[in-house]
Design a binder for this molecule. Structure first.
Ligand code: HEC
Length: 183
């Protein structure tokens, strides 16, 4: 009797330990979604692009390691001037596309780094097409670091600075009615 019970008892602590180890890593792995469609971003067609350490770290944590990195911000500024300023203005103040430096977001997920990356990588609606074949992922992170460096909103609303890992949560409920897809 006691022999049959013992192995089960021994397995129990191991199971608890395994779930303690596994759970946080599952919960913290960020997922990246198209903010309009809700579909997972497809990285498979980028196999030719070697991921830099920054990109790898970003995909693990959902946080942009280039935020506040002065070299990346300088590069990001010139990349933004080439790839984004025609629509968003030279200072990100908004033109054809919305301003990117205040704390109002059409898509609230842009207040997180994984959301901002998803907008750039996969595009949104209308003229905001996917940039994934125009910029490398590392360049996108540098552009993002520059955008964050221009932030003029309330520091308390700077969601990307909070310590919690952030997912590119999407919600069509947060979109203006004209941008909701038909039911
Ligand atoms: C051809 C014009 C065009 C270019 C180039 C462009 N955008 Fe956009 N962008 C837009 C438009 C238009 C929207 C609004 C789309 C929507 O609301 O669905 C937009 C929306 C966005 C948003 C969402 C803002 C919000 O309030 O939620 C972000 C972030 C953004 N763009 C970043 C960028 C970045 C960074 C680049 C350069 C890598 C870029 N865009 C290049 C036109 C453009």
């Amino acid at each position: 009797m006691s022999r049959r019970i013992r192995p089960a008892r021994r397995r129990l602590p191991a199971l608890i330990l395994a779930s303690l180890v596994a759970l946080p890593s599952v919960a913290q792995t960020p997922s990246f979604y198209n903010l309009v469609e809700g579909t997972p971003l497809d990285f498979s067609d980028l196999e030719y692009e070697e991921e830099t350490d920054a990109v790898k770290a970003f995909k693990r944590s959902g946080r942009n390691p280039y935020n506040e990195d002065q070299t990346a911000i300088r590069n990001g500024e010139s990349l933004f001037a080439t790839a984004c300023s025609g629509c968003h203005g030279h200072h990100g103040e908004g033109k054809l596309g919305p301003g990117l430096t205040d704390d109002y977001w059409t898509y609230p997920a842009n207040n997180t780094d994984s959301g901002l990356f998803s907008s750039i990588y996969d595009g949104l609606t209308g003229q905001m097409g996917p940039q994934k074949n125009r910029l490398t992922q590392d360049e996108m992170l540098q552009v993002m670091a520059w955008v964050r460096s221009r932030y003029t909103g309330d520091p308390a609303n700077a969601g990307w600075k909070s310590s919690a890992p952030r997912n590119a949560s999407f919600s069509t409920r947060s979109l203006p009615p004209t941008q909701r897809s038909p039911a």
